[in-house]
Design a protein around this ligand. Structure first.
Ligand code: PMP
Length: 388
């Protein structure tokens, strides 16, 4: 039957996903749908901040609606160069290079620094963009158990390859825990490897002034540490960057395919990110507020009797186990005016479906009251289904 219909296998696969509770749906949102948003990655609450919107508008007026070319041709405006420098300064890195997304920054860093003579050791729970970067790198890849610096050291010691990279999320995107960066760096240094740290969920939230987890771990400016980040979370814009030693940046400018063959970041996004850096400098209390709010979210989940985890930044998971339970819990929250994330395989391991709640720095008491009511409703409903 399917010999003549090339889409039949896709329909069959979709039916199997529906059966397993794994269909996904796009839900276009209006400019203001009245929901309390605890699903976005807008950790500092800056996405609608007039200062960022003005920064985006001014950059678009000055430089146009698009960047007009790859960064090596016409796509590097003076604003891009300023953002390269300021991201490096914020994180204490020697040099920086803006990409058009965080995904591409990871592809650029890991594929650009990898190769057949480079072993890559990657944490089991790393973000999909790192997993894809490992695949593109043409390196042998060892997947290390989550957060296990001793296993990383052992893989590095046992390698035949001349060179090596260790790559990890700083703060893991769903579980919200932090990688053992100091121990990973000791292992990398002892074995002549570079350590690549994805600061996506740490920048703007972790450490003094939101300088990120590597800075907080005392690794700022270390020549064998490379940072990747996204501008789309705390900085409430869009785009990504790789930061590190001048040799690293020069290598990616000359050879990084995800850098060379991609159009430079939109000027409006650059303008918004620069404005976000101004806000971060002017309001140094914002990162701490996001972290305190995350602890409050964790406390509310615990008080409701739900399984959760210690948040290192602004991400708080509420574990529900099966995909269907997570989808139902998300719908219950929505009924109560609350938007939360719902993560199912393959985004999380089997049996670890969860709600992902993000604690914005700008949450107030009324928001926590709504959240507490919704978490109680989720706990009652999962308790009922456990007993039926
Ligand atoms: N790394 C991590 C850990 C992420 O969570 C994400 C985005 N979800 C990315 C990289 C990709 O960043 P971007 O969305 O800017 O492509």
């Amino acid at each position: 039957m399917s010999d003549t219909d090339p889409l039949a296998r896709l329909r069959a696969a979709a039916a199997a996903r529906a059966e397993a509770g794994l269909r996904r749906e796009l839900r276009p949102r209006g400019a203001d749908d009245g929901l309390l948003d605890l699903a976005s990655n807008d950790y500092l609450g800056l996405s609608r901040d007039p200062r960022l919107v003005a920064g985006a508008a001014a950059a678009a007026r000055a430089y146009g609606a698009g960047s007009t070319g790859s960064r090596l041709v016409t796509g590097t405006t003076e604003l891009h160069a300023e953002l390269d420098r300021r991201l490096a300064a914020l994180t204490g890195s020697a040099a920086g290079l803006v990409f058009s997304s965080g995904y591409l920054a990871n592809l650029g860093a890991v594929a650009g620094l990898g190769g057949p003579d480079v072993l890559v050791v990657s944490d089991q729970v790393n973000h999909a963009s790192i997993v894809d970067a490992c695949r593109l790198s043409r390196s042998r890849v060892v997947v290390a158990p989550h957060g296990d610096a001793a296993a990383v050291a052992a893989a590095l010691a046992a390698r035949d390859e001349e060179h090596a990279l260790v790559v990890t999320d700083a703060v893991f995107s769903v579980d919200g825990d932090v990688a053992p960066l100091a121990a990973l760096h000791r292992a990398a240094r002892a074995h002549g490897a570079l350590l690549v740290v994805d600061e996506a969920h740490a920048l703007g939230v972790v450490g003094d002034g939101g300088r990120g987890a590597a800075h907080a771990a005392g690794l700022a400016g270390e020549p064998d540490v490379v940072l990747t980040l996204t501008l789309s979370k705390s900085l409430a814009s869009q785009g990504g960057a790789v930061l590190g030693a001048p040799e690293v940046v020069a290598h990616l400018v000359d050879t990084g395919r995800a850098f060379i063959f991609d159009t430079g970041l939109n000027p409006a996004a650059v303008g918004a990110a620069l404005a976000a850096l101004d806000v971060l400098a002017a309001e140094p209390g914002l990162p701490g507020r996001a972290r305190a709010n995350a602890r409050r979210v964790r406390d509310l989940a615990r008080a409701a009797g739900l399984a959760t985890a210690e948040p290192a930044a602004a991400v708080v998971p509420v574990y529900l186990g099966e995909p269907r339970a997570a989808v139902e819990a998300q719908a219950l929250c929505r009924d109560r005016g609350l938007r939360v994330g719902c993560f199912r395989p393959p985004s999380v391991p089997k049996g670890r479906a969860c709600l992902r709640i993000t604690a914005r720095a700008t949450l107030d008491e009324a928001d926590f009251t709504v959240l507490a009511g919704a978490l109680d409703a989720v706990a009652r409903s999962t308790g009922r289904s456990l007993h039926t």
